[in-house]
Design a protein around this ligand. Structure first.
Ligand code: G1P
Length: 289
């Protein structure tokens, strides 16, 4: 099972980061010198994905522009001898085969993924949420693909979250299979405390069988009146094998101000040119607090 296709969802409204996201898509906000969505697409590419469908909406044209060529800018950079900048600009346009489809109505994550059915066809595929950024030695999507291959199963990325925060996520009912991998038996979206299965929440990464599309087609709106991917996965895990991977690495919810600022600090510290400067700056500031 070679997985070459990924779906990146970028159809959300960005209501947790206003006013910054009033006119700039949340996926285009920069972490150090690259927009959020570039980290997500780089993770997919580093995991062996070659074809990526980004699910956007009418307010996200800046996303498709970003992965296109910019002839005027490139000519200017070339004639000024700014080769490094030119390469950086070119690299984003040549990063992968990037396709787009619009989610014409904001009907939920399940509906966004369902929009990818013609792109995916009958293959297993990865899903990466466009505002969930990860930092890991082995790319998180790769960790999921490895487990999906090993167990011949769909896979969801998980980590434990504090019990009082689980209602912001989804909760998994799991049985250990070995190492960091669990068998998924059930799940629910945004559970109330008494409905929680465990502290294991799905966090932004999935490897799915194409069977999910038929399931989503018949999935009724759930939490928030939206078609929830989790509700579709609940049916999928009863029909065919599914594992959860307690992935190694950090995950940032860049759609929230705190997650965005944590990611800004961590990716700046890792940045080849400014990492050292950032470390010194943080130390200096911390000494003043
Ligand atoms: C989505 C998913 C949820 C998951 C969360 C974090 O929720 O529906 O199951 O736990 O992302 O990846 P959202 O953050 O869009 O409300």
């Amino acid at each position: 099972m070679k997985i070459t296709k990924a779906v990146v969802t970028a159809g959300g409204l960005g209501t947790r980061m206003l006013p910054a996201t009033k006119t700039v898509p949340k996926e285009m906000l920069p972490l150090a010198d690259k927009p959020v969505i570039q980290y997500v697409i780089e993770e997919a590419v580093a995991s062996g994905i070659s074809d990526i469908l980004v699910v956007t909406n009418r307010a996200k044209s800046a996303v498709d522009d970003y992965f296109d060529y910019t002839p005027e800018l490139e000519e200017k950079l070339a004639s000024a001898g700014k080769i490094e900048e030119l390469e950086a600009v070119r690299r984003t346009a040549d990063i992968a085969n990037v396709f787009y489809v619009r989610q014409k109505e904001t009907l939920g994550l399940g509906h966004a993924v369902w929009r990818a059915r013609r792109f995916v066809g009958n293959e297993p595929f990865a899903v990466l949420l466009g505002d969930d950024v990860t930092m890991a030695d082995v790319p998180v999507t790769r960790q999921l693909i490895d487990a999906a291959e090993q167990y011949g199963a769909s896979a969801v990325g998980t980590q434990r979250v504090p019990a009082d925060a689980i209602s912001k996520y989804s909760s998994l009912k799991v049985e250990p299979l070995g190492g960091r991998v669990f068998r998924v038996e059930d799940m629910n979206e945004k559970p109330r405390p008494e409905e929680m299965f465990s502290e294991y929440a799905i966090l932004g990464r999935y490897v799915l069988s194409h069977e999910i599309f038929d399931i989503l087609e018949g999935t009724s709106p759930g939490y928030g009146g939206e078609i929830q991917l989790t509700d579709g996965l609940r049916t999928l895990c009863r029909r065919s094998p599914m594992v959860a991977v307690d992935f190694e690495g950090r995950r940032y919810d860049t759609g929230s101000l705190r997650g965005f600022l944590e990611a800004t600090v961590d990716f700046s510290l890792k940045h080849a040119d400014i990492g050292e400067w950032m470390r010194e700056f943080i130390k200096k500031r911390a000494g003043e607090l």
